[in-house]
Ligand binder design. Sequence first.
Ligand code: TRP
Length: 330
Amino acid sequence: MTKKRVFSGIQPSGRLHIGNYVGAMRNMIALQDDYFCIYGIVDYHAMTVHFNPQEIESSILDCAIDYLAAGIDPEKSVLMVQSAVSEHTELAWILNTITPISWLLRVPTFKEKREQNPDYVNMGLLDYPVLMAADIVLYKAAVVPVGDDQLPHLELTREIVRRFNTLFGQVFPEPKAQLGEVRRILGLDGVNKMSKSLDNCIYLDDSKEEIWKKLSTAVTDVRRKRRTDPGNPEDCNIFTMHKAFSKKEDIDYCSRECQAAGIGCLDCKKILLENMYYELEPLQKKQSDLRNNRQYVLETLGDGKRKAKEIAAQTMDEVYTKLGIKTYHQ
Ligand code: TRP
């Protein structure tokens, strides 16, 4: 039986942080055995905000390196650059023609970006979710591993799919989001989501010393004012990080001893540091190997492009047939 397909995308907009890793990337890696996975570096999406043509080439390469270092295996999965497979934007155009503007105006990320950057509300920003829908359905993906901030986009994709299938006939399956076990890690401030623009991140390539510098001053349970106060692990972002990185014994130990004021926040953070770095260290080693092997990364992306294109062309054939223009594509 052929495997069901998975698609997910990451924007090449800088270093990945542990929130990206825990929220989406781990699932992307785990799904590789049971699904045929296509993972895209979505450069056209990155171009909807100010971007620097001098930097994007290396950002794409860094992003590919991060994927590979984290465990995306090109023997099993396809790793590709979105703009290299022109079917993404071709399909986006077609989906544009069946998507009411009113659906796009209510997307939360659009509203946020419009507020953050009122001078640069471009069509691409509004259209972002349609291109994302095209990314997914071009490969008829059934499952989409993403962080929880992407759920409104996924819901919109499903609506567009239903509309397409009703208007033109069944082509696309309705994709489902798959969220990480630990859905969301907050930033070091313990309040906002982890985000590069807020400067509250732990990055995948931070050294152990850097991580410790960040963890040691990170906000914990705000009600625990003194070392002798019992703490509330469920209200502590450090404890959330434990759930994402530590073994069960350590999670249980920290929870119990925090509530009994048996350990202080720094003790708890030291245990977290060890567990977190245990997972990040091999990843960082692979990152630096890959940085010295640019040729290999470029070849992997070239291969990915060819494999992706093959599937994309098949889907577009079906789409053009349903739209009644296939005759002119011979
Ligand atoms: N919007 C996603 C993000 O910022 C990136 C993305 C683009 C994506 N296309 C996708 C994710 C398709 C999943 C599937 O994280």
